[in-house]
Structure formats: C-alpha cells, structure tokens
Design a protein around this ligand. Sequence first.
Ligand code: OXT
Ligand code: ADP
Ligand code: MG
Length: 582
Amino acid sequence: MSAVLSPVTTPAAEVRLTDGFHLVLDALKLNGIHTIYGLPGIPITDLTRMAQAEGLRVISFRHEQNAGNAAAIAGFMNGKPGVCLTVSAPGFLNGLTALANATTNCFPMILISGSSEREIVDLQQGDYEEMDQLAIAKPLCKAAFRVLHADDIGVGIARAIRAAVSGRPGGVYLDLPAKLFAQTMDAAAGAASLIQVVDPAPRQIPAPDAIQRALDLLKSAKKPLILLGKGAAYARADDDIRALVERTGIPYLPMSMAKGILPDTHEQSAAAARSYVLPEADVVLLIGARLNWLLSHGKGKTWGGKDHKSWGGQKFIQIDISPTEMDSNVRIDAPVVGDIGSCVAALLAGIGSQWPKPPSEWTSAVSERRTKNIAKMAETLAKDPKPMNFHSALNVVRDIVKANPDAMLVNEGANALDFTRSIVDMYKPRKRLDVGTWGVMGIGMGFAVAAAVESGQPVIAIEGDSAFGFSGMEVETICRYNLPVCVVIFNNNGVYRGTDVNPKGGPDVAPTVFVKDARYEKLMEAFGGVGVYATTPAELRSGMEEAIRSRRPTLINAVIDETAGTESGRITSLNPAAALKK
Ligand code: OXT
Ligand code: ADP
Ligand code: MG
C-alpha cells in the first residue's frame, strides 16, 4: 500500500513537493495509526491541524501527562503503539511521566515531541523551550530517536513502531526538531521513503526443550497454581489461556489487569483465596506476570517463607518474552521464553486431552477457601451503613459492571483501588485499566478518554478523590468530545481518609485532608456534563444506570464515610513507620 501524500505545489516549477508535516502524518497513517493524543503549541500546532485535515482523529488534552496516559493505554488495548504529541521542553516533560509509566508497564507508546533548534540547544544559547530532550528521554524509555531530515521520517517512525511493540513492549521517544516540519522534498521521493512496517511484533516461538521442562515440572506438582499477569491480557491469547486453565484444572490467580481474561466468576479462580494459594502452591506457572513488589518478589511470608526474604519452597515456571526477566527475584526452574500466544499454544499441544487433574485435596481446599471468602464478602456487601462506605458503594458498581460486561473500568486511588479490585468482578479481557506496576495516581482521566475513544464502549472510572485531582481538568475533554464516561469519585475527604488532624492545631489542615464535602459534580456541570451528588447506594445506582443509558459525560460525587479507609489501602506494610516517636 502506498502513502497518500498531500502535495504542496510550487507554481514556478510545478514540482510536486511534500514536507515534514505531511510525511509524519503519512507515515503514521501508512502504519495504521489513526489517532493522536496530544496538546498543541510551538512547534506542532500545525501538525495537529493538518492531522485533522488529513482524517486522523486528534484528541486534544488540557495537560500532556493525560494525553500520554491515553496513548499508553490505547497501546495496551490495541497491541499497537498509541501516539502522544507534545510541544518542546515543558510539554515534553509533562508527557514523560506517562512515557516512563508505559515502559514500566510494558505498554507500547510513542511520545513525539517537537523540539527547539539543535544548533542553539547544543551550544546552550538559550533557545525558546531549550532542552536536550533526547538525552533526557533515553533512560526512561525503551528507545529514543531523533529525525533531522525529512527523508528520514519514514525510517524514524518505522523504528519507533518496531521498538515500541516488538519483544517486551514499552515507551519510545521520537524527537522532531522544529526545522524538520517545514523541510520540503519531492513528493514521489517522499512517498518512496516511507516504510510500512511488516510484522512489527514477530512471534517468538519457545524452544521445544523449554516447553518439555515446563510440562515435566507442572506434571510433578501436587499443588499447582497459574498466575496470570497483564502480559497475558496484552498477548490476546484469551482462548488458549482459557483452554490451558480448564484442561489442566489448575486454580489460577489473576493480577489486577488480568482480571477478566477468564470471567472472575470462573470456578477455578483463586482470587478470593489469594493469601491461601500463594504460600501453599508448590509449582507456580507465571504467564505474563513479573515477580515484582506486587507479588512480594516471589519470596517471604506471602509465599510461606520464614521471614521477609526467605524462599517459600515453590518452583516457578515463567512464560515471558523477555529472557532477562528470568531469575530477577528468585530462581526460575523452567523458563519459557517466547510470546505468550506461541508458548501457551505449545504447552497446550503437550498437554493433550489426557492431562491428569491436580489432586482433589488441593482443588477442593482452594475452592472451600474461596467459597468462604466470597460468602463473607457477600455479607459485608449486603450491609447498608450510613454514611455509605466503600463496600456498599462498590456493591452497586459490581452490579452495574455485571449488567454491562463490555463497559471499560478505569480505577485509581488507594482504598478506592483496592476495594474495587477485589469486589468488582470482571467478565471480559482487557476491560480493567488501573494504576499498574507503579501504583501511579493520575492515569484516571487519560485512561478514561482513550478507553472511550478506542472501544466505543461506556467507561466507568472509579476514582479516589485524591486520585481524581491529578487529572480532573480533563472532564472538560470528556465533555468536549462527548465521551460516554461515567466518573465516580469516592469522596472520603482526602488521601486514604479524611480524619487526620494537624498535631499543632494551627489553621492548616493535615496533609492528607481536603476541603470537606467538596462538590466535585459541579466540575462536570461547568462543561455541560451531568453532575450527580450521591449519598446513598440508591442514588449512586440510579446515577450510574442513567449515565450508561444516556452515554452522556457524567460525574457522580459518591460521598463515602471519611473514617472508612486505611492508610495506603492494602499496602500499609510498604509505608515506612517512624522508628522514633516524638
Ligand atoms: O486472601 P486474603 O484474605 O488476603 O484476601 C484477599 C483476597 O483473597 C480477597 N478477595 C476476595 N474476597 C471475596 N470475594 C472476591 N471476589 C475476592 N477477590 C479477592 O480480598 C483480599 C484482597 O485481595 P487482593 O487485592 O487480590 O490481595 P492483596 O493482598 O491486596 O494483593 C496484594 C497486591 C499488592 C497485589 C495488591 O494490594 C495490589 O495490587 N495493590 C496495588 C496497590 C497500589 O498500587 N496502590 C496505589 C498506590 S497507594 C499510594 O502510593 C498513593 N498515593 C501516593 C502517590 C501515588 N501513588 N502516585 C503519585 C503520582 N503521587 C502520589 C496517593 C496520593 S494512593 C494516593 C491517593 C489515595 O487517596 P484517594 O482519595 O485517591 O483514595 P482513597 O484511599 O480511597 O481515599
Ligand atoms: P502484572 O503487573 O499484571 O503482574 P507485569 O507488568 O508485571 O504484569 O508483567 C507483564 C509481563 O508480560 C512482562 O514481563 C512482559 O515482558 C510480559 N509480556 C508482555 N507481553 C508479552 C507477550 N506478548 N508475550 C510474552 N510476554 C509478554
Ligand atoms: Mg480519598
């Protein structure tokens, strides 16, 4: 397929020319990238205008971090890089947190930033928005490139796409100096210089002996466990993963963004028995999940070890596309390096139809624990305390998601995150988008915008009141594009809870406390969306139902008992406590 160029004709010579602006857009389109998340300004204002004129969708944000987060999650949802476009220095830096977060989470994304004049930047002569952006971006992403000549734009975009999606996906920085955009060249030569990337994320077939080693170890297990991470969701091997779980009969535990690869209501889900299965399992098959802090580094008390650093005795099989992930925290007895689709298919072929199910003592112990915990949870959810707490509010969200399994769920906060993760069941893959590997606040509205734009489905964003504040101004963006996003703010007057007091008793409130009873819903009303103030589960329910039905931008200010949360939510133990009490 050849690029559709928009020629610039010089009347004198009648030579068909193209320029840097058009070559960038043509290269993106040629590679199936039709949406740009960004924020205009020098030197990329015209690029955003021309993009729209050329039929790309340009989603313009109020802050680059949110545009970057949108691009990153679009990358996760689609398996191809999301693109964020920013201005130089400050705009670039604003986008950089999202780029680094994308890299940390293995989301494919390209941050394209305009930059100032190279000659002036390199001599540090104080150009407008001067900064050596390429050097600054390099340690924070998978790869960083700069294009100086229009005839290299095709190569630059191709390299950026390949770097973002091949192997372990991640963030890529592409530096486009201002001078590049106006450079002209012969249109036919320009078209010929573009590259349509062939097979950007090639399959990586696992070695047969690695598969055999993994199967042997799995077969020897008395208490096997499968752990699904967001890499498994990203890999889009949903049917084979389900077949692997069901044909082996092994209990599985989904990490947060892996919820829904199999429905959370699946009888083999061990999510409700997490603290039982981790220390008890003898062989653990990790599929697209790293043994990082979220899994207590594969050792310590969570895994049945004697103290916080001791090995719990488990053997690990790990499927990952990155060979150096193996042994990063504990020994991996059976590394399986390759793409998850190919690896799971190879395991399935080896498993055949006669695979022995795990001993019933193990599966029934897991299922007993699970049933008990679910019943306990059901009791808590049935309560109707006044004021509303996280549980009674999430009981509503849980029903709404169940009734709308195609809706996208965005989630951030501390308690607002942790309770949602364990209470709200997911039914389909890649529907739950959250703070991920860094536990970063601020992804909310960027993720919500991209979730709506990319999927066309209704989006429910469950936000702590602090978390929402990091990207709250984007409610204007949500209204401007009339996106079917229902933001629900769990408003407990602060970070974790609203009850801290200033120990000195002065006029300043405690650092974790906000304006009490803030009326967040009015923010949405200010831009023409629907605001709802909900103090009861019934009000929350009707607000959410109406938002989903109408598809109108809605913000529900759900007032939550300010005493209900705990410090840092479920990760209190990571919060250093002062050794000295004054
Ligand atoms: O087995 P046990 O008994 O243990 O029980 C578990 C499951 O078995 C059970 N469960 C179930 N029971 C019944 N039924 C079902 N269906 C079920 N499913 C599960 O429930 C429990 C819990 O299960 P879970 O969650 O699977 O298990 P566990 O042990 O919690 O898992 C461990 C982890 C580590 C995997 C998990 O906890 C996890 O994923 N945690 C992620 C935590 C995280 O990332 N938190 C966000 C960061 S906190 C902090 O950093 C914040 N900041 C600072 C800050 C940040 N982050 N970023 C930036 C840019 N600046 C500053 C800030 C400012 S949070 C924050 C704002 C907070 O205030 P908000 O107002 O926004 O929020 P509120 O707190 O609401 O006020
Ligand atoms: P979680 O936070 O859900 O535990 P992580 O982000 O820690 O998940 O781990 C995801 C892992 O998945 C990464 O190590 C990454 O290399 C891997 N991964 C991503 N995509 C693929 C793929 N297509 N095939 C194999 N591994 C993948
Ligand atoms: Mg809060």
